[in-house]
Write a protein that binds this ligand. Structure first.
Ligand SMILES: Nc1ncnc2c1ncn2[C@@H]1O[C@H](COP(=O)(O)OP(=O)(O)OP(=O)(O)O)[C@@H](O)[C@H]1O
Length: 284
């Protein structure tokens, strides 16, 4: 091969490998998003790309606009300005499912029917519903409670049902608004492990909101720290932990404490600012 040909071939190889290394187009693109309620800016100029299959966690002090951002992603609120773009999915599947704080399952339906709700609404066959719902109820230890009603379950079990319902729905994106905040530590850890197991199998794109730095580190691929009012993106951090994760072993890793500390460095002054704002509002 002549020198010029060799150069060209090297250049082509480099271009091919660059192409191979290019990140996939984002599943969710948020650009300069602003949401005002009257003159009050709840979200103020957030831009972020979230990759397909990413577990993206948003952490921030009380009142910083986390839920507002999630509600805009869910299509429940209109932005005042800026845009969100969600890459299209296959027809016949919902774009998103939301899991709320506390449980939001129907008290008059059994565990099984609650988990099957989204699929039944989309008129899926009984066989298809069973095929999707049973493995989820089994993974979360709910299969033997499938005929029980919500009042016969603990808070942790009810929240498991909400998660099964969201995954059974087979949405492209899961939007989770502090789903475990009402649970005790032990139940929370169990659910973290179960959520990670289901997510690793399905690789849904997840946007998850929390006040808890530990929860953010346990679950995320990346973490966005938001400022106190007005809600902006202060930092976006890559989680150093790989997958799969053992949620208990993770806490014994020396990197865990260092990463938690790093996030707190960003968060500390925002939590203080939010507290001050709360006090000032109380005095006004
Ligand atoms: N519909 C609304 N009308 C007026 N103000 C609103 C409305 N919804 C939210 N807000 C205000 O916008 C700000 C952000 O609210 P949001 O619920 O998004 O915060 P958050 O970060 O989720 O809070 P928390 O962590 O306490 O749940 C708050 O000051 C809230 O009072």
């Amino acid at each position: 091969m002549r020198a010029a040909e060799l150069q060209l071939s090297v250049a082509l190889d480099a271009a091919t490998s660059l192409e191979a290394a290019a990140p996939p187009p984002p599943k969710i693109r948020v650009e300069r998003l602003v949401k005002r309620f009257g003159t009050f800016a709840a979200v103020d100029g957030i831009s972020v790309d979230i990759a397909p299959g990413e577990f993206f966690v948003i952490v921030g002090p009380s009142g910083c606009g986390k839920t507002t951002l999630l509600r805009i992603l869910a299509g429940l609120e209109e932005p005042t300005s800026g845009t969100i773009a969600i890459a299209p999915n296959d027809a016949g599947r919902p774009t998103n499912s939301m899991v709320f704080q506390g449980d939001s399952i129907f008290p008059w339906m059994s565990v099984y029917d609650n988990a099957a709700y989204g699929l039944a609404m989309r008129r899926r066959s009984k066989a298809e519903i069973a095929e999707r719902v049973r493995p989820l109820l089994e993974t979360t230890g709910l299969w033997r409670f499938r005929d029980r009603y919500p009042h016969q379950l603990s808070g942790g079990m009810r929240q498991r049902v909400s998660i099964c319902r969201a995954f059974a729905n087979d949405p492209d994106i899961l939007l989770m608004d502090e789903p475990f905040s009402a649970l005790d530590e032990q139940n929370k850890m169990l659910l973290h492990q179960e959520l990670l197991r289901i997510w690793e199998e399905t690789k849904k794109t997840v946007v998850f909101i929390t006040h808890s730095v530990d929860e953010a580190v346990t679950l995320s691929d990346r973490i966005m720290v938001m400022t106190a009012h007005p809600g902006r993106s202060k930092a976006i951090l890559d989680n150093p932990f790989g997958r799969p994760r053992d949620v208990v072993a993770l806490r014994g890793d020396p990197v865990y404490g260092a990463f938690v500390f790093r996030i707190w460095e960003y968060l500390r002054e925002e939590v203080r600012a939010a507290k001050l704002q709360e006090q000032e509002e109380g005095e006004a």
